[in-house]
Ligand binder design. Structure first.
Ligand SMILES: Cc1ncc(COP(=O)(O)O)c(C=O)c1O
Length: 296
C-alpha cells in the first residue's frame, strides 16, 4: 500500500522533481540501457558511467534507474528490483501509461522507490493534464511536495520559502475532473481488455505481425493496442501507417527512442539493438475504449 501520493500538474512534473532532487546530490547523468537486456552484468559494466576518455568530466556512479511500463504492460519488475537492490540503485517506475495495471497482483508504480503516473488527455483516465508521484519514502515525499509547492514551508499561515521552488501543483479544477474520471477507470480497463480480444481474434490468422499481449503473471490496462511486425516486414511500417491514415485509420509509430535526440547523443549507452529493432517494427492501433461498441 502506497503511503504518499502527490498530485502534480503533469506526469513530466514528477520527473522534473526527481531530476531536481538528483541534481542537488550532484550525481545525475543520463545513460541508456537496451530493452530486455537489463541484467546485472550490464549494470556492472555501466556501474561507472562515462569511463570513456571523452566523458572524463562525467565519470559518475549510476545512482538511479528508470523503468518504463510501456503501453500499459508491466515490465519484469521483480528482476529489475533485484538488480536495483543488489547495486543499491534508486528505482524510479515510469507508470505514466499503466494506471490499473498489475504485476503479480500488485499495482505497477508501487515497486520502486518512486512511481510516476500521468493523467494527460491521452491516458486511460485524464485530469485534462496532470500526474502523480507515488512513494513510501516520507522524506522524499516531503521534498517533492516542497518543490512542487514553490518551496513554501509547511505552515498554516506563514509564507516562508527554503529554496528556489516550482509551481507543479495539480489545480483543484483538474483534480475534481480526476475524481469523476476515477469512477470510469474499471469500465475503461474492461473495454480496453475486450478491444484486445477483438483485435486478437481478427488478426489470428495473419502471418505478418503479432499483437502485444500482457506478460505472464500480469494484468495490463492495455492502454495502447500494439502490433509487432515480423522482422521481414520491418521496412513496411511507414508504408502501412501512411496507407491506413489515407483510409482514415489512425495508426501511429512508436515514440522515437530518446537516445536519438540530439541533446542526449553525447551520453553513454550500450548497443541499443533491441530498441532500434523495435522502433522499426512497432505500430500502435486505434485504442479508444469506445471502439468496442463497433464490435458489439
Ligand atoms: C511513458 C511516459 N512518461 C511520461 C509521460 C509524461 O506525462 P505527462 O504528459 O502527464 O507530462 C508520458 C505521457 O505523456 C508517458 O507516456
Amino acid at each position: 500500500m502506497i503511503k504518499k501520493i502527490i498530485l502534480v500538474g503533469a506526469g513530466t512534473h514528477s520527473h522534473s522533481c526527481i531530476e531536481l532532487i538528483e541534481k542537488e546530490k550532484k550525481f545525475s547523468i543520463y545513460g541508456f540501457i537496451d530493452f530486455k537486456k537489463s541484467n546485472s552484468n550490464l549494470i556492472k559494466k555501466y556501474r561507472y558511467l562515462g569511463s570513456d576518455e571523452k566523458m572524463e568530466g562525467l565519470r559518475k556512479k549510476i545512482s538511479a534507474m528508470i523503468v518504463l511500463h510501456a503501453f500499459g504492460h508491466p515490465a519484469n519488475i521483480d528482476k529489475i528490483k533485484n538488480i536495483a537492490k543488489k547495486f543499491k540503485i534508486f528505482l524510479i517506475e515510469d507508470a505514466a501509461e499503466a494506471l490499473g495495471s498489475y504485476y503479480k497482483k500488485k499495482h505497477v508504480g508501487t515497486f520502486g522507490d518512486i512511481g510516476v503516473l500521468s493523467f494527460n488527455g491521452n491516458k486511460i483516465i485524464t485530469t485534462a493534464g496532470g500526474g502523480a508521484v507515488l512513494t513510501n519514502n516520507k522524506k522524499l515525499a516531503n521534498k517533492v511536495l516542497n518543490l512542487a509547492n514553490i518551496s513554501k514551508l509547511n505552515h498554516k499561515w506563514k509564507y516562508e520559502y527554503d529554496t528556489v521552488g516550482y509551481n507543479y501543483r495539480m489545480p483543484s479544477f483538474n483534480s475534481s475532473l480526476g475524481i469523476a474520471q476515477m469512477k470510469n477507470l474499471k469500465k475503461f480497463i474492461l473495454e480496453k481488455r475486450r478491444l484486445f480480444k477483438v483485435y486478437k481474434k481478427i488478426f489470428k490468422k495473419n502471418n505478418f505481425f503479432k499483437i502485444f499481449q500482457e506478460p505472464k503473471f500480469c494484468k495490463s490496462n492495455y492502454w495502447l493496442q500494439t502490433i509487432l511486425l515480423n522482422k521481414e516486414q520491418k521496412n513496411l511500417s511507414e508504408k502501412i501507417i501512411t496507407f491506413a491514415m489515407k483510409k482514415g485509420i489512425q495508426l501511429r509509430p512508436v515514440w522515437r527512442p530518446v537516445h536519438k535526440s540530439k541533446y542526449l547523443r553525447k551520453y553513454p549507452k550500450m548497443k541499443l539493438t533491441n530498441t532500434t529493432d523495435l522502433e522499426n517494427r512497432i505500430i500502435n492501433l486505434p485504442s479508444s475504449p469506445q471502439l468496442t461498441k463497433l464490435f458489439n
